[in-house]
Write a protein that binds this ligand. Structure first.
Ligand code: GLY
Length: 310
């Protein structure tokens, strides 16, 4: 069953014209992570590279393609966690860098802290030689159009809450049984300046523990934080639930207790995985034993050889 990598491209309501591109993007990311694992790379390498690829893909709400805050600016959150020792690194409200997930990894590896925010995170990036990119290079026409639309007083609150394209994330178990997760996002459409969501918060925007498994979530960050969604799922797995049962329990709890929608990708140390969501859709893909699994709507599960179309 090992190695395995799983990715998501966000939960929500993905418009028809973008759905196929979202599926292509998650499949590509799962293949990239799997190729790293097959060459003997670590789970951490696999999740960071898979997420960085989706950050570079303007179809997703992370890196280039991030949604805009109420001022029309890009502020991004990202985190990584290493299941070997529970080390974690995160950045929040960071601007003008292409790959927040790689910066989150540098926070984990090069500092004694777990999270750096805003200008401090940006300065740290500069000190690490991470190039500054023009803010415009992260902003797509689609993000601008949606920002303008949601400034209107009659904007749809559900759209503002969940968006039409999502946070990205990945979980993996490598051949040595080491487990990691990574998550990255531009946050919520037209969020307040300085708003930080679940993504950089350990236990909310992700969790990885070699003894239990790993989770990367997507969805309404405020709701995810209220129920500490990632750690809650792993708690249920510690009590003997499968990744699928644990995910469903926690997502149902989040919906009933705080009226929050979302989705998750989850693995356990044996490589058992689950992609579950309470939103209308979530683009996801998993690569394991030479096969690529993927889907978008509830009940959808396609399988093809992992190397197809490369
Ligand atoms: N789950 C992403 C966010 O709310 O920022």
């Amino acid at each position: 069953m090992l190695p395995v990598v799983m990715v998501h491209g966000g939960a929500g309501h993905i418009p028809k014209e973008r759905a196929e591109l979202s599926t292509i993007g998650v499949k590509e990311a799962a293949r990239t992570g799997y190729a790293i694992l097959q060459k003997g790379g670590s789970a951490m390498d696999a999740v960071v590279e898979a997420v960085a690829l989706m950050e570079n893909n303007p179809r997703f709400n992370a890196g280039r393609g991030s949604v805009l805050n109420v001022k029309g600016e890009v502020e991004m959150d990202a985190m990584v966690m290493d299941g070997r020792n529970l080390d974690s690194g995160a950045v929040s409200a960071v601007r003008r860098i292409a790959n927040p997930v790689q910066l989150a990894r540098l926070v984990m590896e090069k500092t004694k802290h777990l999270c750096l925010t805003a200008e401090g995170a940006f300065k740290f990036a500069r000190s690490m030689g991470v190039p500054e990119v023009p803010e415009e290079s992260l902003i797509t026409d689609y993000a601008k159009m949606r920002w303008k639309k949601n400034l209107k007083p009659d904007a749809n609150p559900v759209e503002c809450q969940m968006g039409k394209m999502g946070t990205v994330g990945a979980v993996a178990v490598d051949k040595d049984g080491n487990i990691a997760c990574a998550t990255s996002t531009g946050g919520m459409i037209n969020k307040m300046e300085g708003r930080v969501g679940d993504t950089p918060c350990v236990g909310c925007g992700g969790y990885a523990d070699n003894n239990i498994g790993a989770v990367s979530p997507t969805g309404h960050g405020e709701a995810i934080m209220k129920v500490t969604l990632s750690r809650l799922i792993l708690f249920h797995m510690e009590q003997g639930k499968t990744p699928e049962e644990a995910s469903d329990l926690a997502l149902t709890y989040m919906k009933e207790r705080v009226d929050g929608l979302g989705g998750v990708v989850v693995v356990d140390p044996k490589g058992t995985w689950a992609a579950r969501f309470s939103s209308l859709q979530m683009s996801w893909a998993a690569a394991q034993q030479g096969e690529l699994h993927y889907g978008l709507y509830h009940g959808e599960h396609f399988v093809e050889p992992v190397q197809e179309n490369i």
